[in-house]
Design a protein around this ligand. Sequence first.
Ligand code: GAL
Length: 407
Amino acid sequence: MVAALLSSTAIAQAEDVEVLHWWTSGGEAAALNVLKEDLKSKSIGWIDMPVAGGGGEAAMTTLRARVTAGNPPTAVQMLGYDIQDWAAEGALGNLDAVASAEGWDGVVPTALQAFSKYDGHWIAAPVNVHSTNWVWISKPALDATGGKAPESWDELVAVLDKMQANGITALAHGGQAWQEATVFDGVALSLGADFYKAAFVDLDPAALGGEKMAEAFNRLIKLRSYVDANFSGRDWNLASAMVINGEAGMQMMGDWAKGEFLKAGKKPGVDFVCIRFPGTQGAVTFNSDQFAMFGVEGEAKQSAQAAMASSIMAPTFQSAFNVVKGSVPARTDVPNADFDDCGKKGMADLAEANGAGTLLGSMAHGHANRAAVKNAIYDVVTAAFNGQYGDGAAAAKALADAVEAAK
Ligand code: GAL
């Protein structure tokens, strides 16, 4: 009797998945719930391992500690090059059987497959495609400036000036390195997709240290002048809340910010406006959240991983989840019918950028280069935002040097 009980408990536990993630804000938790409920309906148990901290740096530190202790979670939310690094260490499981049974090769965009596969094998299931070159603007605050959304850098500065003159914080921002890097994705892209690629993807020293980068830093330094005095250390979702509450005019943030607006009951086009970072329409800096499956022993655990991956990849789930999360599906065959206007625009922009060769990995979210280089860029971008260089040219030189040392 006891033995029977024990073994059935063991089976029940073996079919749970323990999921490490950093989706702890209101909008993120709402999206995560869509996943939890979906798995629950398939009798896959969920053991939650949340590690708060936007962008996932803290989660990655916890993951390293867990793996070092010989106790990896079943599935881990992960970005870009981090997935490839864990695969190179031999830490990840293999999803080839479910991927080939369900034809993932034919429906997942190639730009994503570059991260979901290692050495030709599927190692992660992509749940979404986010992009970072967005600006989220309070509609009432924009209307108070004349109502026209900015389409160029000069128009952006003019709108920010008017918002400031109207007595609100023009730019809602949280002073954390990854948030400054996220803003810098858009700023750099606004100086050209070729430039962004040369600098952040190809790590070309001439682009990293040249005139366009100096201009990008000058723009970043200018943006700092629109931020309130209490920005230091503020979480990104609290910056979103400032726009939602009418305390601030806009936030430059990836489309996970939309999840916060929706969670607060706000409607695109009515309460807020979504635009591409002025000057970047036609190009997209993307990041895709994927669930990497860690190598686990035992058939039951492995089949729970496969079942979780299969659930994540189902077209209906991809629609339901991404509608809430603010992102767009990680498959090309999901209808846009259930998405709001910002989501529809996100899907159309992604397809356009993919066709035009202007779909580029986000530097800020680990899709342009490995962590060592990313962190070196973070340091310089944050220092520049906080006024540690005399001007953009000095920051660009520091950036080229830092990247060269980290390569
Ligand atoms: C990103 C992640 C998003 C969102 C954001 C803020 O790196 O891809 O899903 O959660 O961090 O936490």
